[in-house]
Design a binder for this molecule. Sequence first.
Ligand code: ADP
Ligand code: MG
Length: 156
Amino acid sequence: QFFFVNKSLNPNYLHSNSTSHTWPFSAIAELIDNAYDPDVCAKQLWIDKTQIKGVDCLTFMDNGAGMDYDAMYKLLSFGFSDKRSLRGHAAVGMYGNGFKSGSMRLGKDVIVFSKRRNSMSVGMLSQTYLKETKASNIIVPIVTYNRVGSQNILFQ
Ligand SMILES: Nc1ncnc2c1ncn2[C@@H]1O[C@H](COP(=O)(O)OP(=O)(O)O)[C@@H](O)[C@H]1O
Ligand SMILES: [Mg+2]
């Protein structure tokens, strides 16, 4: 299990950063753009609404490139984006902020499950968790499993 800290970023930043979306549809658009962008290039995207323990929850699932540990780390950090156009397919994202602002506009907490080749990762960005633990920096847990033969080995 691995936690990383966004040094000197106060948890309140998650909310203030999300207010750039004046309505929820631009937040949803960030998540759609990410699936469509050339580094992910999903063919399909499923958006659904469900309830987890009585709490409304939106799910976004795509069949694009997926993420390994490093990609998940970048997804949940601020300011990482090395997107480029690919064969004339221009990228929408470029500031490395869309996922954070979009997801935190739609909900207080997000859990990301992803799979790429032999690794599976789970990451969490949670305003509820940061508030309840009275965290003074944004702390992000990520767990990655690597598949070795038929077993899943905890990697980090
Ligand atoms: N659905 C996804 N599947 C795989 N990787 C993703 C997905 N969404 C985001 N990412 C990765 O996370 C990075 C950060 O996303 P984001 O915060 O929206 O910033 P940006 O789109 O500006 O790069 C992206 O550059 C991309 O590599
Ligand atoms: Mg983006």
